[in-house]
Ligand binder design. Structure first.
Ligand code: CO
Length: 294
């Protein structure tokens, strides 16, 4: 008799606890699985640069036709600049809060950055914070930027080689302009240059804000007695850096510095995200992330 009583108390307790668990999971109704994609770019305020984002958007919607796609810009300067023009772009945090509100359960936040630098690590950090919120996502994963693994470097090098203008001769230089950063991942640019030069010793990768800079590249070009250089952005958009720092007429632009050194310059104003086969590498990273939601 005593044993039976204890048993029924246990049954009641278990029933009670499980109903509390159900209630805690959203007042008794089970959440429906809802997958979403958040595309995270640095952003650009230059209208001509939007072609890059439009191309990524179009290709990602085609690759994941059933999944809602949202956008966020990591640069607050650009967001504020656009806001003054009446264009509202969300930060990662605002975009994720909205997705949480829309009851997404599984979110893939895809970094559209080129290297895993500060912006990427901040994204990981804050995405992780969202995964810990009560009533938040069941899962949120962050997809790698364009360059992450060694294999990405090889793929990007092989792909960019195909986009070097046909009129360029082997003895002429190709100078790619990366953004550059004080973050440790700045090393990716030198790694890229190494892989390019395994294929073609006259391809160089410099950066605007990191090392190597244009003066380093200029020295190498002069030592090699190269007379002509094709300048190409190694950034997803041909925005402010490409138009001004690379191809601008100011005396400290790459075009002006090389021209003053006797090197004829041919600037190409096309961001890497305008090339479909480069966008495919970002899409591969997103597919890898989405595969964890199956
Ligand atoms: Co910049």
């Amino acid at each position: 008799m005593k044993k039976r009583k204890l048993f029924s108390v246990l049954i009641i307790l278990v029933t009670l606890l499980s109903s509390i668990a159900v209630l805690a999971g959203g007042h008794g109704h089970k959440r429906i699985k809802k997958k979403g994609i958040l595309l995270v770019a640095f952003g650009s305020s230059i209208p001509e640069a939007q072609v890059s984002f439009q191309n990524i958007d179009k290709k990602i919607r085609a690759a994941f036709p059933e999944i809602p796609v949202r956008w966020a810009y990591t640069s607050s300067i650009i967001r504020h600049k656009l806001a003054k023009q009446g264009k509202q772009l969300d930060s990662v945090e605002v975009a994720l809060a909205k997705m949480m509100d829309e009851e997404f359960t599984h979110v893939a936040a895809q970094s559209l950055h080129t290297i895993p630098g500060k912006e990427f690590h901040d994204l990981r950090h804050n995405a992780h914070a969202f995964s810990n919120m009560a009533g938040g996502f069941d899962r949120i994963l962050v997809g790698y930027p364009l360059l992450a693994e060694e294999e990405d470097i090889r793929k990007v090098v092989n792909t960019m080689m195909k986009h070097i203008p046909k009129q360029r001769k082997k003895k002429e230089a190709v100078v790619l302009m990366g953004h550059g950063t004080s973050h440790p991942s700045n090393a990716f640019y030198a790694a890229m240059m190494y892989h390019f030069q395994q294929k073609d010793p006259n391809i160089f990768v410099g950066t605007v804000e990191g090392a190597p800079g244009i003066l380093d590249i200029k020295e190498i070009i002069l030592n090699k007695k190269i007379k002509k250089a094709f300048l190409m952005p190694f950034m997803s958009v041909a925005g402010d850096h490409a138009r001004n720092d690379m191809a601008g007429d100011e005396e400290d632009s790459w075009k002006s510095i090389l021209t003053a050194a006797g090197i004829t310059c041919v600037p190409i104003l096309k961001g890497t995200a305008e090339y479909d086969d480069i966008v495919d590498i970002w899409i591969d990273h997103l597919k890898e992330t989405m595969s964890h939601f199956e």
